[in-house]
Design a protein around this ligand. Structure first.
Ligand code: NAD
Ligand code: AHE
Ligand code: ZN
Ligand code: ZN
Length: 376
């Protein structure tokens, strides 16, 4: 519906480990099966900082980061039928084509349709829609929400209830959905199940929220930042342990096995630390306990445990975006928020205009920040 480029502001990462710079960018019109979105708000996720730090094997530059964004459809390319101009939308880093082997499997939310080009930072036709200073700028995770306008594949966007403010819906684009989905979709928590959550950031707090919704028994939160106790309790944790406070001869695994009479039914790593991942697996109950890896680890990091842990019935698994299928299931999560059964407002601890996006990255590194929402 549009043939013109838009000139707007975006935060560009020219190379790893340097501040973003706010630049004038040209955003080309959407081609067939693409959607141009006017981004209203974006959250900043730990994964954006991870990629900016140079730890992401797929990280490439120059790039427009950001994958937790909401906005309004400005124009659509040929053949787009799932959204229309003016829709209130959330960008999806885990697309849903509904037709590929993954989408049809009924076993996963991962979609294979555009994963290869998404990983290379380009649109499905192999080219970029961003230009700055005469150069092509790469896309990120199929979203690039740190731009006032972005172009995404039509399978990477979902329309949601326009009555819900976009400074809230943006957070359903990653952190909240990831943790809540990990607890309610990836893990099959039964009432009374004991669970442990390692790391109480936006993702871990969302796991707690999901576990509470599933009426878990003990919801034990493990974090090395003591100030997370209050946060964890607010979202439904029953216990909080700072492993640094344990007596020298007790480790966190023993402690969790002791207080759950043999181990947890489910544990979740929301730290990205591979040593924590091992603890999370080994704190699972013999015979059936499952540990779900959510945290993203740096290039070169590997997990380890004795195979005996698996032989004796513990299960190691993981998920992206909580196992949530964005186009089928995000509108329902938005309604849960409207109905008052899903907390979202509580996660917003900081707000910044686009001009202050580098300070927003600093905010995030501090223990007091859960989410900083950036007003575009
Ligand atoms: P965050 O930094 O806000 O939270 C991490 C928490 O872990 C903090 O409270 C920190 O104090 C705690 N922590 C750090 N080291 C610890 C340790 N050794 N033991 C116990 N607690 C420890 O981050 P977040 O935004 O909540 O994201 C968490 C992780 O999830 C990141 O690695 C992020 O990249 C990843 N992530 C993955 C997905 C996915 O789809 N798989 C989606 C979103 C985020
Ligand atoms: N690119 C990294 C991996 C990063 C990663 O695992 N990303 C998650 C989402 S984190 C959101 O905050 C994800 O979606 N993974 C599945 C996928 O297909 O990328 C690497 O190690 O190469
Ligand atoms: Zn994220
Ligand atoms: Zn698919």
């Amino acid at each position: 519906s549009s043939t013109k480029s838009i000139i707007c502001k975006a935060a560009i990462a020219w190379k790893a480990n340097t501040p973003l710079s706010i630049e004038q960018v040209e955003v080309l019109p959407p081609r067939a099966h693409e959607v141009r979105i006017k981004i209203a708000y974006t959250g900043i996720c730990h994964t954006d900082a991870f990629t900016l730090s140079g730890d992401d094997p797929e990280g490439d530059y120059p790039v427009i980061l950001g994958h937790e964004g909401a906005g309004i459809v400005e124009s659509i390319g040929e053949g787009v039928t799932n959204v229309k101009v003016g829709d209130s939308v959330i960008a999806l880093y885990t697309p849903e084509c509904g037709e590929c082997k993954f989408c049809k499997s009924g076993k996963t939310n991962l979609c294979g349709k555009i994963r290869a080009t998404q990983g290379r930072g380009v649109m499905p036709d192999g080219t970029s829609r961003f230009k700055c200073k005469g150069q092509d700028i790469l896309h990120f995770m199929g979203c690039s929400t740190f731009s006032q306008y972005t172009v995404v594949a039509d399978i990477s966007v979902v329309s949601v209830d326009p009555k819900v403010p976009m400074d809230r819906t943006c957070l359903l684009g990653c952190g909240i959905t990831t943790g809540y989905g990990a607890a309610t979709i990836t893990a099959k928590i039964n009432p009374g199940d004991n669970i442990a959550v390692f790391g109480a950031g936006c993702v871990g707090l969302s796991v707690i929220q999901g576990a509470a919704a599933k009426k878990a028994g003990k919801i034990i939160v493990v974090d090395i930042n003591d100030s997370k106790r209050e946060w964890a309790e607010k979202f439904g944790a029953t216990d909080f342990i700072d492993p640094l406070d344990l007596p020298k001869d007790t480790n966190i695994v023993e402690k969790l096995i002791e207080i759950t009479d043999g181990g947890c039914d489910y544990t979740f790593d929301c730290t990205g630390n591979v040593h924590v991942m091992r603890h999370a697996l080994e704190a699972c109950h013999k015979g059936w306990g499952e540990s779900i890896v959510i945290g993203v680890a740096a290039a070169g990091k590997e997990i380890a445990t004795r195979p005996f842990q698996l032989i004796t019935g513990r299960v190691w698994r993981g998920c992206a975006f909580g196992g949530v299928k964005g186009r089928s299931q995000l509108p329902g999560l938005v309604q849960d928020y409207v109905n008052g059964t899903l907390k979202v407002d509580e996660f917003i601890t900081h707000r910044r205009p686009l001009e202050e996006i580098n300070q927003a990255f600093h905010d995030m590194q501090h223990g007091k920040c859960i989410r900083c929402v950036v007003n575009m």
